[in-house]
Design a protein around this ligand. Structure first.
Ligand SMILES: [Zn+2]
Length: 462
């Protein structure tokens, strides 16, 4: 049941510096062998999957996912969100604590663990809140959250505004050996901005969310990480200045890291002005533009599927994020999968909630914008989805070493496909990428030796 022999795939395992065509054996839910030993040690009646021509790598990890449970289960549940993760090639997700109630106590952590045990298709790790109710006023009980098993703390969706409180949070987190993840947003600078402050916000008459609103908190976090020695991880970076700050701080050895989401290195703020404006200029830099050009996806101006927090920024910011990914300043890729219902999004741009779904498109968009566009090798991209997040959160994941959990992702980096709403497993449909021709797709997602998801074409082999 939990044993599987994958034959003939290209095994790419950055944690063990491996990139070669090899068989991989999973026995009783654990990696048992990679290479010629695999076939020799496999029992005669083992299930086999021919994955020749495909990439086989450690199960992908997304450390920034909103599963909306408890409390907002009409948007998403642990079951539906992890189904979407499995389809996207992810074997582990970290769920954010901005649920209802917030995950700010050991009881809520226990509830999420229990629900995941019952209904999750992939591994669910929990991030606890920094402050009670994510209200930014009083620290959560960080020690008891750690005891309950959280892998990090964050007020994601919100940002602790008091520098003093953030400092205390880092001091406690350091005592408990927990990384602190931060959604970087200075409320005084951002006020009620809804899109990137720049040319397009002026043209469209929408209130601006300036880059400095993110950069200010990234700078604060660098200083506090340096002062306290606690690791701070800056979530979903969008602005060029943030990348510059991070690059400089990392050079000095400050315990700081950052992540980027595909929408920030694919789209720009021009997309808010509609598809014509986007494809006329910024869109031409999207990998696959030529392929799509006969049928470019189209959408109207002010479309709320292009509203997220932090917002889509300028072409220069997009280039800076790509550069940060390329030179290693940004070590981790994530989706910030944020499901919202149609009726919530089908309102004026100003009033729509921030956020888009992303679990099912992030691997393809990352392969397109980073691998096919020749910024990163497959090994480098896979590292940003596996060993790097595992190292940050101290998870025993992200490796195909013998004895490790049998979490494996199989994907085809060259597969072209069109992302259609009817194929999505998420309960929400707020993706800007429906109708896009994407390149690169997961074909099997294996969690502890069991197939959490497998594409029809391979299904016969299991
Ligand atoms: Zn956030």
């Amino acid at each position: 049941m939990n044993s599987l022999l994958l034959t003939g795939g290209r095994v790419v395992d950055p944690a063990n510096a491996r990139d070669e065509v090899a068989d991989l054996l999973i026995l009783n839910g654990k990696i048992a062998a990679v290479g010629p030993e695999s076939a020799k040690r496999a029992p005669a009646d083992i299930k086999k999957l021919n994955v020749s021509g495909l990439v086989v790598c450690p199960g992908l990890i997304d450390l920034h996912v909103h599963l909306r449970e408890p409390g907002q289960t009409s948007k998403e549940t642990i079951a539906s969100g992890t189904d979407a993760a499995a389809r996207g090639g992810f074997t582990s997700v970290v769920c954010m604590p901005n649920t209802a109630p917030a995950i700010d106590s050991s009881a809520t952590v226990a509830l999420v663990h229990e629900r995941a045990e019952q209904s999750a298709a992939v591994n669910v790790f929990v991030a606890g809140a920094i402050t009670k109710g994510i209200a930014g006023e009083e620290l959560a009980q960080i020690g008891s959250l750690k005891k309950a098993g959280v892998v990090a703390i964050t007020d994601d969706g919100h940002c602790v505004q008091s520098n003093e409180m953030m400092r205390r949070a880092l001091e406690y987190a350091r005592m408990f050996d927990l990384p602190v993840m931060d959604h970087c947003q200075d409320y005084a600078l951002v006020t009620d901005g809804v899109m990137h402050e720049g040319y397009w916000s002026t043209v469209l008459g929408l209130r601006g969310w300036p880059s400095v609103g993110e950069e200010m908190i990234v700078a604060r976090n660098i200083l506090l990480a340096e002062t306290t020695g606690c690791h701070v991880h800056c979530q979903h970076l969008s602005a060029a200045g943030s990348v510059r700050l991070l690059r400089e701080a990392k050079k000095r050895g400050v315990p700081i890291s950052g992540e980027a989401c595909p929408h920030h290195f694919t789209l720009t703020d021009a997309a808010v002005a509609g598809s014509d404006k986007f494809w006329a200029d910024d869109g031409k830099a999207v990998s696959g533009y030529d392929r799509m050009s006969s049928a470019l996806p189209s959408w109207p101006s002010y479309h709320t599927h292009f509203k997220m927090n932090p917002p889509l920024r300028s072409a220069q910011d997009r280039a800076a994020i790509l550069e940060g990914l390329e030179d290693g300043t940004i070590e981790i890729l994530s989706s910030d999968h944020a499901p919202h219902l149609n009726y919530e999004k089908e309102v004026e741009f100003d009033f729509a909630p921030f956020g888009i779904t992303g679990l099912e498109t992030e691997l393809a968009l990352s392969l397109m914008q980073l691998y096919h566009a020749k910024h990163l090798s497959l090994t480098e991209i896979i590292a940003k989805f596996t060993v790097n997040p595992a190292r940050l959160l101290k998870l025993a994941k992200g490796t195909l070493a013998e004895g490790a959990d049998g979490d494996v992702t199989v994907f085809d980096p060259d597969r072209e496909w069109v992302f259609e709403a009817r194929d999505s497993a998420s309960k929400s449909l707020n993706s800007p990428f429906f109708g896009w021709t994407l390149k690169g797709r997961a074909v099997a997602t294996i969690v502890s030796g069991k197939t959490a998801w497998v594409e029809q074409s391979l299904a016969g082999g299991v």
